[in-house]
Design a protein around this ligand. Structure first.
Ligand code: NAI
Length: 281
């Protein structure tokens, strides 16, 4: 879409966007796309991220307010929902783009997990979606027909060794999306996860072996890896009225990676690689 004007898909809609840290963040790109499509929104991130990140710039560029919230703290989430309601009245969409694993960050293998850190991984990356939806619903923040999207990764279905306990966190995140989706459907409210391909962001680069995962996905996906801006365009459609009956889904946004087995180039490259290795041995 680049600098184009957009389609007005979110004209008049209001939202809440979690997880923009710097201009590489997927949430940052989604915020820009939402603005392009005519939405107004509030931005939120953890107090510590507000100190180290550059969210102020995005707030200025989009004319949005920032509300700090550590999503592991119930009282923070409750307070945030009150603030957003004061700011906008009822809202039409929420983006959950939050993930962090102390085990992955500190390179703790899956067989030696620190369980306190595992609790943090699950709390920050998955249970937070439950808290966000619960407290938004409790103060009646969501309009009928609202759309909630959380960002996930294919590690929920298939094990990627370097993704450690985040594989488990994403499985729980997707389950919470389905479970809550079933409970809000009577008001036309949709809850989905978008399973995005490896993307070069701060969280992405925090994973040891990320470059290998990125390259593997890029080579295997028939359409190649989608960028954060392309993810943003997809999320816009999910926030829009064009996807009113899509709910409780995990939607792959990965250039076809999930369905691809192997391709000619990779077969040839691997055959060459293993022949060379055997030659060396
Ligand atoms: P990012 O590092 O820009 O975003 C992660 C965000 O989570 C940060 O803004 C961070 O401040 C926030 N966060 C961490 N702890 C928090 C807390 N306690 N309270 C509130 N916010 C907190 O990285 P990225 O890649 O844009 O991540 C966004 C989402 O996309 C995450 O759920 C991530 O797992 C997911 N994703 C990322 C992929 C990638 O390769 N980068 C691939 C697939 C999914």
């Amino acid at each position: 879409m680049g600098d184009q004007k957009g389609y007005g898909l979110l004209k008049g809609k209001k939202g809440l966007i979690f997880g923009a840290l710097d201009d590489r963040s997927i949430a940052w790109r989604i915020a820009l796309a939402c603005q392009r499509e005519g939405a107004a929104f509030s931005l939120s991130n953890a107090p510590v991220a507000l100190r180290f990140g550059s969210l102020d710039e995005l707030a200025e560029e989009t004319g949005s307010k920032i509300f700090p919230c550590d999503v592991t703290k119930e009282e923070d989430v409750q307070e945030l929902m009150k603030n957003v309601k004061e700011e906008h009245g009822k809202i039409d969409f929420i983006l959950h783009a939050i993930g962090m694993s102390p085990n992955v960050r500190k390179n703790k293998g899956y067989h030696e997990l620190n369980y306190q850190w595992l609790q943090q991984t699950l709390d920050i990356s998955a249970i937070s979606l439950h808290k966000v939806i619960r407290y938004a619903d409790e103060i009646d923040l969501l309009n009928d027909g609202a759309s909630i999207v959380a960002l996930s990764y294919i590690g929920a279905q298939r094990i990627f060794s370097k993704y450690g306990d985040m594989n488990d966190a994403k499985a729980l995140l997707e389950s919470i999306a389905r479970n809550y989706g079933s409970r809000l459907a009577n008001r036309g409210i949709r809850v989905n996860t978008v399973s995005q391909a490896p993307t070069k962001t701060s969280a992405g680069s925090g994973i040891k072996g990320f470059d290998g995962m990125f390259t593997f996905a890029e080579k295997l996906a028939p359409l190649g890896n989608p960028t954060a801006d392309e993810c943003a365009d997809y999320c816009v459609t999910l926030f829009s009225d064009l996807t009113r009956k899509v709910t409780m889904q995990n939607l792959y946004h990965d250039g076809g990676f999930v369905t691809a087995g192997i391709n000619e180039d990779m077969i040839n490259d691997l055959a060459q690689l293993y022949a060379d290795k055997e030659g060396e041995g």
